[in-house]
Design a protein around this ligand. Sequence first.
Ligand SMILES: [Zn+2]
Length: 117
Amino acid sequence: MQNDDVRAQLIRAFPAEVVEARGTRNEIYYACPTCSRAVAQGMDKCLGCSQVLSWKNINEMMASNGMRKAVLEFEVASDFTNGNCRKCPLSYIGKGDTGNVYECPLDMRSACPIKLC
Ligand SMILES: [Zn+2]
């Protein structure tokens, strides 16, 4: 075995932070920092290159406030504008004082957070 290989093996024996990556459908997955192969969450070693993996940063990030950010992508009509619950596919019909109204399931009717792309 050549010296370079021994060195490379030694380096891989030190835990390296997994990297967060995004897949083709924008889903988050975790990848080996050495060979970029996808690794299952919590895995302690990369199956591809034997890199020892560390999940410290990711665990800290998830535990920081107990909350993660979630993004939902959906289609709206081209004439949709923020706060236009009538045109929003998330809205549902509820009973208001003056009859049926379009209700926001997130209760954000006046501060509609939808970002149009
Ligand atoms: Zn690897």
